[in-house]
Design a binder for this molecule. Structure first.
Ligand code: CUA
Length: 154
């Protein structure tokens, strides 16, 4: 007599379980962060635009001239060295593939935290010839102190 009852209880909880699984699955696919920024999967950064093409890209119809895309990972930045034409307004767009990294241009206002799963952006005009070191100012492991890159304004 009880077998039927247990069978329906079992089936019922299985359905409830599946529904929960589907709901959380959909939710995780598109999780807005506290700041409203969209979550991107750090393991798939190389396949996600614009991070599938790190480097300097000319843009049209925006209030800046270039997008400069950086991917940070222990212990380097992609691209390594970048040249920017003098007078350009550049939107720096960066993320991390693994752990928390910094993105600091000493002597400027550019000082970002690169969190895996999130996109950090900063718009800056480079109006004089200069060389800017990019340094990681978040401790990220044994190679932290050597984690550097360079922006040359030419
Ligand atoms: Cu990357 Cu410290």
């Amino acid at each position: 007599k009880y077998e039927k009852l247990w069978l329906s209880v079992g089936t019922g909880s299985l359905i409830v379980f599946l529904v929960i699984l589907i709901i959380t699955g959909l939710h995780n696919g598109h999780t807005p962060a506290a700041s409203g920024r969209e979550y991107i999967n750090p393991d798939k950064v190389d396949q996600i635009e614009p991070f599938n093409k790190p480097g300097l890209h000319k843009v049209k119809g925006k209030n800046y001239d270039y997008e400069l895309v950086f991917v940070a990972s222990a212990f380097n930045y992609q691209p390594g060295n970048v040249e920017i034409p003098k007078g350009s307004t550049v939107k720096i767009i960066a993320t991390s593939k693994d752990t928390l990294h910094g993105f600091n241009l000493p002597g400027t206002n550019v000082n970002m935290m690169l969190e895996p799963g999130h996109i950090s952006e900063y718009v800056k005009k480079f109006d004089k010839k200069a060389e800017y070191l990019i340094i990681c100012n978040e401790y990220c492991g044994i190679g932290h102190a050597d984690m550097k890159s360079m922006i040359k304004v030419v």
